[in-house]
Design a protein around this ligand. Sequence first.
Ligand code: GLC
Length: 440
Amino acid sequence: MLEQGLKQLENELSISLNMTLTIASRFQEHMEQSLSGRVSSLKMFPSYLQAPNGYEAGTFLALDFGGSNARAAVVELRGAGNFLELHKLSRPLSDPESGRDYRAASVTAEELFDFLAGIIQEVLSNSSAHPTLKSSTSGPLPLGFAFSFPYRQQTIGEGFLLYWNKEVETSGVVGKDVGHLLSAALERRGLGSVVSLTAIINDTVTTFLTAAYQDPSLDIASIIGTGHNTCYLEQKAPGFEAPVIINTESGNFSDAPDTPYDQRLDLESDNPGEQRFEKKLSGKYLGELFRRIVLDFSQRGLFSGLNNPPAPARWNQPYSISGKDLALILLEEDSHSRLVPRDECFALKRIAHLLTKRSAQLVAASFIGVVRHLDPHLDHRHTVAIDGSLYKGMPGYAQELTVALSEALESKAGLVTVKMSAGGSLTGAAIAAALAKLDK
Ligand code: GLC
């Protein structure tokens, strides 16, 4: 019975080579529809930034807010692809001890942005003794703000939040300019003349900038973490004379196959109908899909071991299983076979593996869509930089992604290189601030 259930699940979750190619061409269509002003699930936001040349230099402040943690640092860009991140601080958005969660709907925009401005203040006070800061304090320090949610901008220093995702719900931010909210919070802390918010950028773009600072051949960057999204260097963006980095907001892509589990998760999420690609594949949702599948197996009588699960989770509570729990299950050496029957322990692993593999295949299909848009006959080399906890931390993920790309690209697979770009958000935000300063 269990084996039959698993086989059926495998059929539902598997993505054939044909399907990969179909998803890739639909993704390309959605990109091109959006670029030409037609309705599409891809937003294709211009970042107002070109690629860096690696010689941008100076001292900058950087802030990164993407969902789980907020981080800030002073970043020294030294040119020739060299940089230093100094006085780095990271603060969780939720503190289990105090019960404070800045992502909750009960928290106001002012409270969230005061918290973010506070982190900047802390970095500044830790760094006031630092010689690099002393020597460059002739004017306010330029701040690059990596804000990893869908926002609309018409200049590099503004960002009107369209909607929250990744289950963040803080009140009073949707529809507002997060640049204005942050600047007002900096003013409240007396930092108005010390810091000047110069650039707001998405985390895919910061990943792009950091990787491209060292490797000018880079043309695509992606985050595969709590959320998922991809940006690339568009040569012919409407309204721009020079190439510009475009944030596709690919997490909202709507044309990939759904299982009933995906549909239910979407319907019961904070933002039904939105981010449907992300909800099939990113770290925020893989654990939740896993929980729903195992619960369903158990309700159908296929699975009995839920009272002693190998993951520390309450199976009836939504989002109680994280991407990290899945990684642990995949690494499990059958040590829980005392608690869960051996075949069920194996089944948990298999379900985790099927979800991880599908995630990597979907991402690979979207990359192929971008590459085909840039280079329809695949005549040139392309490099994709990837950051994010799922890509870095899920056992086997990077390999599944490479396998999916090589199967689909066949003899041209050697032209597409994928590389890990870890921890680039703060440096990327600083590079954005440097590029925005050059533009003025
Ligand atoms: C979500 C956001 C997107 C971000 C991604 C990765 O998809 O909408 O802006 O890049 O998460 O953090």
